[in-house]
Design a protein around this ligand. Structure first.
Ligand code: ADP
Ligand code: ASP
Ligand code: MG
Length: 817
C-alpha cells in the first residue's frame, strides 16, 4: 500500500487534475493506493473569508459562494463527459446549498463559532475529492471515496484538533481490511470529534491526514505531491539559487518545517517516523524529477547544513526582573499561563543570570499573551519584583538546520558573522541541545537578506551576489562600468562573484534595477528611465537602505562634498563604501575618524585606495605594514601624476600653460586643475597617508610650499590658463634655474616624524625620483622594517583607466570579505 497526498495547486484546476489522475493510474498498476487530496487551491481561504463575511453581516458572502460553486462546477464539467457528469454536478450543487444554509444562519445570528467554521471549511476537501473520484470513475478506474471524518477522530479543538490515535488507527485498519480495494480517495485535513462534529487538523493539514493513514496502514511510502520538486535548501520565494535536497532525515525535515518550510506540514513527520516509513516529496508538474526523500538516516551526505527556513509574524515576549533570580518556578508559571490560553511557544531563551526569559510566539497571540502573563504575575509586578511583560512585534525567526552541525565547530560563528557583516541585528538566539538547529530572531525586514546571505555562506558552491550602487558616471565612472562589463564573466567563474550594478546616479538622475542594469547602454537608460532627484546621492543612499539587499556596495566616483554626507548612514547599515572621492578622507580629522570608527563598529568596509596614487596599492601597502606591527617613520612621495606629467613635459619648447592644458585634456588632472597645480591635491594625499599611518593631522598641519603666483588661483579655470600664460617667464625661470645646475623639477610630498610638507624641489640625477617619467607616482615608505632601503611603490598614478581599476580592486576587496 502507498499513500499519495496531492496539494491544493495539484488539484487547482481541470488541467492539473488530469496530471494527478495520470500519476494515480500509474501507481495503482503496481500498488494499492490511498489518495488524500486537499481542497482546490484557494478554496479553504475563500470558505474562511465567506464565514467571516456572513458573521459580519456582509452580504458579499453570497457572491463569494457563487464563485466557489462556479469554480467547482466548471472543473467537473471540463473533466467529466460521461453520464457521471450530472451526478457530480448534482452533488456539488447540493453541497453548495448546504454551505449557503449554514452561512445564512451565521448571517442571521451574526455568530460564527470555531465549530461552525470547521463545518464550513470541510466542504473544500469534500468537493475536490468527489470531483477527482468521479473523474476516475469516468475513466473506468475503480475507486472508493471514503469520508476521512469517519476514520480520523480528534478532540473538539476546532481549527486545530488533536488526533485520538488509538481510535483512529483502529478504525483505519478495520476499514481498510474490510474493504480491501485497490484505490481509495479521501479528503485531507478533516476529521470528527467525539460528538460527530466536523473538525480540522490545522492549516496545511492534508499532509498530516496522509501521514496518519500511512502510519496506521504501515504503507510502503508516503508521497507528498506538490508544486515544487521537493524540499529545497531555502524557501524558493526568498532565494533564487536554491538547490533541491535529495535526502533529508525526519528530524531535519521536522525542524525545517517547524521553522517555516511550508512544503510540509510539521506534524506530518511524527507518525511516519515512528514507523520508519519514508516520505517522498514530489512535483505533480514534473513527476520524473527525483524529489526529496525523507528517511531515518541519510548516509553519504556530508553537508553541514541541510536547509534554511524562516517564519514571519513573530512576537517576542520578555519577562524580566531581579525578583526572578534564583527563585524556582517563574518559568513554570510563565509557560503554564501561556499554555492555559493555548498559546504555542515557538522558541525560548533565558539569560544565564536568570534575570530574563524571552519567548517567541505567533504575533496573533501577542496581546493575549501579554494579558495572561501580566495577570499571572500581578503580585510580583505590583511590588516591582518583575517588570510587566514586554512585547516586540514585526520579528521573524530564522533557522539553520542540519544533523551534521554537531560534528562541526564554528557553524554559529559563521552564521552570526555572516549576518553581522550585512548589518542584520539579532534580537535573540536559541540552539537546541540536539545541535540540529540554530535559530535567531531578527527584524522581518531583514529576512530576505539574511536567508540569502546564509544560503551563500553555507551552500558554498553558491555564487555570491554583489549589489553595486554607483554615483558618478564621468570619465572614471564610465571606465569602471566598462571594466565591470568585461570582467563579470571572469568574476563569476573564478571568484564566484555575481557582480551587478543595481543603482546608478549622475548629478541629476537615479536608475535602479534589482536584476542588474544592462551595462552596454547605461547612459541611455539613465537619461531615459532614470528618476530625477534634487539630490541623487541622497536618493540612492535611501534606496540602498530601503531595498536592504545583501552585499550592497556604494561607490562614490564624484568629487562632490554632498555625496560624502551619505557615508555615515550607509556604514551604519553595514553597507561598504568605496570612495574615489578624496573629500571624506581629507576633510576634518573628526569626520575621517568618525567614518573609520563607524566602519569598524558596523563591520563595513570603507575603502579609498584610489585617493592616493590612483590604482597603485599605496594605502593597502601602508595598512599591511602597520597591521603587521611595523611603524611608518618617514614617507617621501611624488603623488601628483599631473604635476609629474607637467614638469616632465615642460622643457621650454611649449608654454607651461599649454602643457597643463594637455594634462587636463588627457584626463590626468582633477576636474579643476588648480587643485593639482596649487599643491592642494598632493597635500590631501600626504595627509591621508599620515592619517592612515596613525597620525592625527589636519590639512592646516601640512606645509604647502606652493609655486604658483597668487593671481593664477583667482577666477575661473579659463582665467587660470590666461594668467599662467602671462607668467610664462616666471615658470621659465624656475625651469632654467634647475637646468643650470643639471637638476630636474619634481613636486614632492614628505612626511617625517609627524610633520608633513609639499613643495617643488630640484633634484639631481641620483635621486630616487629622478627617473620618474610621464604621469608616474612613487611612494617611499621608511619604517622600522624598511629602515635604510625604503619600500617603494611606483607606477602610473593618474588616468581614468588605472583609477577605475583601483576602484574595481576595492570593490572586489569589499565583496570577498
Ligand atoms: P501544497 O498545496 O501542495 O500542500 P504548499 O503551498 O503547502 O503546497 O507547499 C509548497 C510550497 O512551499 C512551495 O510552493 C514553496 O513556495 C513553499 N516552500 C517554502 N519553503 C520551502 C522549501 N524549503 N522547499 C520547498 N518549498 C518550500
Ligand atoms: N485545504 C487546507 C488548507 O488550505 C489543508 C491543506 O491544503 O493541506 O489549509
Ligand atoms: Mg501544504
Amino acid at each position: 500500500m502507498k499513500v499519495l497526498k496531492f496539494g491544493g495547486s495539484s488539484v487547482g484546476n481541470a488541467e492539473n487534475i488530469e496530471k494527478v489522475v495520470e500519476i494515480i493510474a500509474k501507481t495503482i498498476s503496481t500498488d494499492s493506493c490511498a489518495v488524500v487530496l486537499s481542497a482546490m487551491k484557494g478554496t479553504t481561504d475563500a470558505l474562511i473569508k465567506l464565514g467571516y463575511a456572513a458573521e459580519n453581516g456582509d452580504e458579499s458572502f453570497r457572491n463569494e459562494l457563487e464563485l466557489i460553486a462556479q469554480k467547482h462546477l466548471e472543473t467537473a464539467d471540463a473533466l467529466i463527459d460521461t453520464d457521471a457528469r450530472s451526478n457530480i454536478i448534482n452533488f456539488i450543487n447540493k453541497r453548495i446549498a448546504e454551505i449557503k444554509n449554514i452561512c445564512e444562519g451565521v448571517f442571521l445570528l451574526r455568530e460564527l463559532s470555531p465549530r461552525t467554521l470547521d463545518r464550513i471549511v470541510c466542504f473544500g476537501e469534500i468537493l475536490s475529492t468527489k470531483i477527482v473520484s468521479a473523474k476516475l470513475e469516468s475513466l473506468q478506474i475503480e475507486n472508493i471515496w471514503k469520508d476521512s471524518r469517519e476514520l480520523i477522530h480528534t478532540d473538539s479543538s476546532f481549527g486545530f484538533a488533536a488526533v485520538n490515535f488509538e481510535k483512529t488507527n483502529r478504525q483505519i485498519v478495520e476499514y481498510f481490511q474490510s474493504s480491501n480495494a485497490q484505490l481509495y480517495i479521501l479528503p485531507g485535513f478533516i476529521a470528527s470529534d467525539p460528538n460527530g462534529a466536523s473538525t480540522t487538523l490545522g492549516r496545511g493539514g492534508s499532509d498530516y491526514t496522509g501521514a496518519i493513514l500511512a502510519a496506521a496502514l504501515e504503507a510502503k511510502v508516503l508521497e507528498i505531491w506538490t508544486d515544487v520538486s521537493g524540499i529545497m535548501t531555502a524557501d524558493p520565494r526568498l532565494v533564487r539559487s536554491i538547490k533541491q535536497i535529495e535526502r533529508i532525515t525526519y528530524r531535519e525535515a521536522m525542524e525545517l518545517s517547524h521553522f517555516g518550510a511550508k512544503v510540509i506540514y510539521p506534524p506530518t513527520i511524527q507518525p511516519v517516523m515512528a514507523k520508519k516509513i519514508p516520505i517522498l516529496v514530489k512535483n505533480t508538474f514534473a513527476p520524473d524529477e527525483p524529489g526529496t526523500r525523507i528517511e531515518a538516516e541519510t548516509s553519504g551526505e556530508n553537508n553541514i547544513i541541510r536547509g534554511i527556513s524562516s517564519i514571519d509574524k513573530i512576537s517576542v515576549l520578555s519577562l524580566e526582573g531581579s525578583g526572578m533570580v534564583g527563585i524556582p518556578g517563574f518559568s513554570k508559571r510563565l509557560f503554564d499561563a501561556l499554555s492555559k490560553s493555548k498559546i504555542n511557544v515557538i522558541l525560548i531563551t533565558q539569560s544565564s543570570s536568570e534575570h530574563s526569559i524571552c519567548v517567541a510566539v505567533e504575533e496573533k497571540f501577542g496581546r493575549l499573551a501579554q494579558r495572561v502573563v501580566d495577570e499571572e504575575f500581578t503580585a510580583e509586578i505590583a511590588v516591582g519584583k518583575i517588570e510587566p511583560l514586554q512585547i516586540e512585534n514585526n520579528l521573524s525567526i530564522l533557522a539553520l538546520v542540519g544533523d551534521n552541525m554537531k560534528n562541526h565547530t564554528g557553524v554559529s560563528g559563521k552564521m552570526f558573522s555572516a549576518l553581522g557583516s550585512q548589518g542584520v541585528n539579532i534580537r535573540a538566539i536559541a540552539q537546541g541541545s540536539s545541535e540540529r538547529n540554530i535559530s535567531a530572531i531578527i527584524s522581518s525586514r531583514d529576512v530576505r537578506k539574511a536567508v540569502n546571505t546564509l544560503h551563500e555562506e553555507f551552500f558554498s558552491d553558491d555564487t555570491r551576489q554583489i549589489n553595486l550602487f554607483i554615483v558618478g558616471v564621468g570619465t572614471v565612472g564610465k571606465k569602471l562600468l566598462a571594466q565591470l562589463r568585461r570582467q563579470c564573466e571572469f568574476l563569476r567563474k573564478n571568484l564566484r562573484l555575481n557582480v551587478r550594478v543595481v543603482g546608478l546616479a549622475n548629478s541629476k538622475k537615479v536608475l535602479f534595477d534589482e536584476d542588474g542594469i544592462d551595462l552596454t547602454n547605461f547612459g541611455l537608460q539613465l537619461s531615459d528611465f532614470g528618476k530625477e532627484f534634487s539630490s541623487p546621492s541622497e536618493a540612492i543612499a535611501d534606496l540602498i537602505v530601503e531595498k536592504n539587499l545583501r552585499n550592497s556596495i556604494f561607490v562614490d566616483i564624484t568629487a562632490n562634498r554632498e555625496v560624502v554626507e551619505t557615508y555615515p548612514k550607509l556604514l551604519q547599515k553595514a553597507v561598504a563604501v568605496i570612495a574615489c572621492n578624496k573629500i571624506a578622507a581629507s576633510s576634518e580629522y573628526e569626520k575621517y575618524r568618525k567614518l573609520k570608527d563607524l566602519a569598524r563598529e558596523y563591520n563595513a568596509n570603507f575603502l579609498f585606495e584610489t585617493n592616493v596614487g590612483a590604482g597603485l596599492p599605496v594605502i593597502n601597502t601602508l595598512n599591511d605594514l602597520t597591521r603587521s606591527g611595523d611603524e611608518i617613520k618617514r614617507i617621501e612621495a611624488v603623488l601628483s601624476g599631473t604635476l609629474n606629467f607637467v614638469f616632465n613635459n615642460y622643457d621650454g619648447s611649449r608654454s607651461f600653460s599649454t602643457v597643463v592644458r594637455q594634462a587636463q585634456t588627457e584626463g590626468y588632472t582633477e576636474p579643476d586643475p588648480r587643485l593639482d597645480l596649487s599643491g592642494t591635491d598632493v597635500a590631501r594625499k600626504i595627509l591621508i597617508l599620515a592619517r592612515e599611518a596613525g597620525f592625527e593631522m589636519e590639512m592646516s598641519d601640512i606645509e604647502n610650499k606652493g609655486f604658483l603666483p597668487e593671481s593664477c588661483l583667482q577666477g575661473t579655470v579659463e582665467d587660470f590658463y590666461d594668467e599662467m600664460e602671462k607668467h610664462e617667464n616666471y615658470f621659465r625661470g624656475l625651469l632654467d634655474a634647475a637646468k643650470n645646475q643639471s637638476l630636474s623639477l619634481k613636486y614632492i610630498a614628505s612626511f617625517n616624524d609627524g610633520k608633513a610638507s609639499v613643495g617643488l624641489q630640484s633634484i639631481d640625477a641620483a635621486h630616487n625620483f629622478a627617473n620618474l617619467s610621464g604621469k608616474d607616482n612613487a611612494v617611499l615608505f621608511y619604517t622600522n622594517r624598511y629602515a635604510d632601503l625604503p619600500l617603494v611603490v611606483k607606477g602610473a598614478g593618474a588616468g581614468a583607466d588605472v583609477t577605475a581599476a583601483g576602484v574595481f580592486a576595492d570593490i572586489i576587496r569589499a565583496a570577498r570579505i
